[in-house]
Design a protein around this ligand. Structure first.
Ligand code: GLA
Length: 373
């Protein structure tokens, strides 16, 4: 997909993908490594310029239109889904951009609340709409950071930078190794070979998700501080062995997850680069176990999906993806086994939980951009 064209246009369509994270979970806000990829599903916005200064949002999933008056500085406070686009519009307003009025019709083929970054996709799609209407574009990292700030301030979620970066920088056929300490991004070829990626929606979203996310951030920050570091990324093996006795048992578990997950993420990239799928699968398995036991962000349904999948022929590895407490798992599967694994997983999961799990195979997709003008 293309970046917004420099000439402002009157009617156009933008698309922003969702994402999965292959490995590197709950490491982004600890200045660590993550390995997300954009997927072949996402959020699409059809836009028509208006003559007034109103932004009218319609969604196929919601009744009626939400109107925002762009002559006024937009402030946080809405409780509905329009807070995501409102937060992004506010970010560009603060930069002094005069945003013209527009009608936006939003469609999505991402499961809402499925942990595939439908909110980051909506944010980055909105940013792409604004840039296309205005005929100019921010630097892509500044765009991703603006969207992250919208999520912090307008949705109240203190997320890291992974999701907005994955949606902005996604590249077809590649996962993105992001070093969240300096936001350096390396595209790592993924897919098209002997392994396929399945996304499996557990169909549950436990309500403690939001408060627990902020709590994990705080626990990691206090563990880093107790070790005399400004983030867990700075913790070397020497600092750890000298200082980990000073941590509470809980802080020690959280920090152990983050430190080991950073190592697993780098090892996973090395495994991808030599197409060593069994090694990659074992790292996914270990990542899930650490998220379940040390970081405590999994849930019964995600654990079950991973256990079921891991026992199936053709599955290299399976783990939860994203923030946790429900949402999706991903499975790395031998390319020829995808259909059989999907059928068996669906059947066994339904037998155990009564839930019809939505699942699909995806390749790594391109980031947000203009589809047609
Ligand atoms: C959510 C957040 C991300 C990241 C993941 C966990 O998706 O938005 O920033 O922290 O959880 O890896």
């Amino acid at each position: 997909m293309n970046r917004p064209s420099p000439a402002a246009v009157d009617a156009f369509v933008v698309h922003a993908p969702g994402r999965v994270n292959l490995i590197g979970e709950h490491t982004d806000y600890n200045d660590g490594f993550v390995l997300p990829m954009a997927i072949e599903r996402g959020v699409t916005i059809a836009v028509t310029r208006r003559r007034d200064r109103l932004a009218a949002f319609r969604s196929e999933r919601e009744a009626g239109a939400a109107l925002l008056d762009l002559r006024e500085a937009l402030e946080p406070g809405r409780g509905d889904w329009v807070r995501y686009p409102a937060g992004v519009l506010a970010g560009y307003q603060r930069l002094g951009w005069e945003i013209p009025g527009f009608d936006a019709v939003i469609t999505a083929d991402l499961p809402a609340g499925g942990g595939l970054s439908s909110s980051a996709a909506l944010e980055v799609a909105t940013a792409t709409v604004i840039e296309t209407l205005c005929g100019r574009a921010l630097d892509p990292l500044a765009k991703a950071l603006l969207c992250q700030r919208a999520e912090h301030e307008f949705a109240g979620v203190p997320c890291g930078i992974m999701d907005q970066c994955a949606v902005t920088f996604g590249r077809a056929g590649h996962a993105l190794l992001i070093d969240c300490a300096n936001r350096a991004i390396r595209a790592v070829p993924f897919g098209g070979g002997d392994a396929a990626l399945l996304v499996v929606n557990s169909g549950v979203r436990h309500s403690l998700a939001d408060g627990e996310y902020a709590r994990r951030r705080a626990e990691c920050a206090s563990a880093a501080a107790a070790l005399g570091c400004s983030s867990l990324r700075e913790v070397t093996p020497a600092i750890w062995s000298a200082g980990h006795h000073a941590l509470s048992a809980l802080e020690r578990r959280r920090a152990t997850h983050v430190l080991s997950e950073n190592d697993r993420t780098c090892a996973f990239v090395a495994a991808l680069e030599r197409a060593d799928w069994p090694a990659a699968g074992r790292l996914m398995h270990d990542s899930h176990a650490s998220l379940r036991d040390a970081y405590e962000v999994s849930c019964r349904e995600l654990d079950l999906l991973c256990e079921l999948a891991s026992d199936m022929p053709g599955v290299f590895g399976c783990r939860m993806t994203g923030g946790g407490f429900g949402g999706c798992a991903i499975a790395l599967v031998a390319a020829g086994a995808t259909r059989a694994v999907m059928a068996a997983l669906h059947e066994h999961y339904r037998a155990a939980t009564g839930i019809d799990a939505e699942m699909f195979a995806t390749r790594a997709a391109a980031g947000a951009g203009l589809l047609e003008a």
